[in-house]
Design a protein around this ligand. Structure first.
Ligand code: SF4
Length: 78
């Protein structure tokens, strides 16, 4: 799955939402989140993010690794 990390917080640009072919990017109060079970790993969202908040899970920089669980947790609570 792709993951939305810290740079999205309080930005929520939504360019990624327009690109996602399966509409699996959802809006929280302070960040957008990718539904990991719905993401088809197409990568279309990653280059359009103006703040480079989106990473493939295996490519997450160390400081953003908690966002893998954070994105999944958002949907557990929904
Ligand atoms: Fe949507 Fe593709 Fe991004 Fe997954 S990788 S969130 S399917 S645009």
């Amino acid at each position: 799955t792709y993951v939305i990390a810290a740079p999205c917080i309080d930005v929520l640009d939504r360019a990624c939402v327009e690109e996602c072919p399966v509409d699996c990017i959802y809006e929280g109060e302070r960040s957008l989140y990718i539904q990991p079970d719905e993401c088809v790993d197409c990568g279309a969202c990653e280059p359009v993010c103006p703040v480079e908040a989106i990473y493939y899970e295996d490519d997450l920089p160390g400081e953003f690794e908690p966002f893998l669980a954070d994105n999944a947790r958002f949907f557990d609570q929904a």
